[in-house]
Design a protein around this ligand. Structure first.
Ligand code: M6R
Length: 349
């Protein structure tokens, strides 16, 4: 039941702060010393392989970054449909990230390795959950819109919690830093709600302005890159516009050729400073229209971000970009909850 919401996607975008709150309430306080892993019946891994598709792959990228930055844990993200590069290595924990738990490519990829499998899923009775040795549930309630929204933010929260627990378990992440990061995570639901309120109007205005554009470039740097990719995926699957999402430093190696007068270039930024500012200057020098998603002082799509960028990056930007993609879809007259050619669960390889 979508209640008074115009579509399920709108309802599910709205549900994100509450879903993140529930999940955090179950996870915070269990990270110190790797407690969460112990609760899941898993030992401390020497390395981690994350396997996923689509939006879940972007949540996996965020998780991998936190594992690397906070725990120096060797980590690889494997696109489930392209598993060949990940060879079996002893001591690996495979973390399968899948909202539905029914994605055939993910299930098939797991057959290749003999590792213990931890499933991060919103479907505790799914094929993936049954196949896995342990399950970290998202508890978001059903997600009906084909475009993943609330399950993405929840996957990031669960993945970050897992990464911090692993990093704390190895002793690399100090108790003091963990306590600080837990506090920042604790404030996330509030920041997601504030971002939704702040970005809704600007997202609608921007959608109106850009609805006639054939394509949109998305850039970011560092921890923002998975969110640039996620914003791009949301826009393309809902609006059928071409998108290009790259780290800003890659622009000069090819994608900058796409830019001409007025080309929309979405910049996902905790703070559009340093090398990202250089990327923006490179784009605007070619006439591109920079649309910054970040703290209000710099942004077209304002978010509510912590004062210092956390290792999981500007997660709040995901909500602003979901709102933008949905608004543009409505303006174009496309079906919001059921984009063409797509299924909610992709059960074929
Ligand atoms: O159910 P899963 O998380 O395994 O699905 C993976 C992708 O098919 C899914 O994230 C897809 O990219 C979404 N439609 C994106 O919004």
């Amino acid at each position: 039941d979508r209640g008074s919401a115009p579509d399920f996607t709108a309802k599910e975008i709205d549900e994100q702060p509450a879903a993140a709150r529930r999940l955090l309430d179950g996870l915070l306080g269990r990270l110190q010393g790797g407690q969460l892993l112990e609760d899941l019946g898993l030992g401390a891994p020497a390395r981690i392989r994350l396997v996923a598709c689509g939006t879940s792959g972007h949540a996996a990228e965020v998780t991998a970054r936190v594992l690397a930055v906070e725990g120096a844990i060797p980590t690889r993200v494997v696109t489930a449909s392209e598993p060949d590069l990940a060879v079996p290595e002893p001591g690996t924990l495979t973390v399968a990230v899948s909202q539905s738990g029914e994605t055939a490519d993910v299930l098939a990829a797991l057959d290749r390795w003999g590792d213990p499998v931890l499933a991060i899923t919103n479907a505790p009775r799914s094929s993936l959950a049954r196949r896995a040795d342990a399950v970290l549930g998202l508890g978001c309630g059903p997600e009906v819109g084909v475009a993943a929204t609330k399950t993405f933010t929840a996957q990031v929260v669960a993945g970050v919690a897992l990464a911090l627990a692993v990093a704390s378990g190895t002793g690399r992440l100090s108790a003091a830093r963990l306590a600080h990061l837990e506090e920042v995570l604790d404030g996330l639901p509030m920041r997601l709600a504030t971002t939704a309120a702040r970005a809704a109007g600007p997202a609608a205005d921007l959608a109106e302005e850009l609805a006639g554009e054939p394509g949109v470039v998305f850039v970011s740097r560092g921890a923002g890159v998975p969110y640039a990719r996620e914003g791009a995926l949301k826009l393309e699957e809902l609006t059928y516009r071409w998108v290009e999402a790259v780290p800003a430093g890659e622009l000069k190696h090819g994608p900058i050729a796409l830019l001409g007068p007025g080309t929309p270039a979405v910049v996902v930024a905790a703070k559009p400073r340093g090398r990202l500012a250089v990327g923006i200057a490179e784009m605007t020098a070619r006439g591109a229209r920079a649309v910054v998603v970040g703290p209000p002082e710099d942004a077209t799509l304002p978010t509510c971000a912590p004062s210092e960028e956390p290792p999981w990056g500007p997660l709040e930007a995901a909500i602003a970009l979901q709102l933008f993609a949905r608004e543009m879809t409505v303006r174009l007259g496309h079906e919001v909850d059921r984009p063409r050619n797509l299924a909610k669960s992709v059960t074929v390889e």
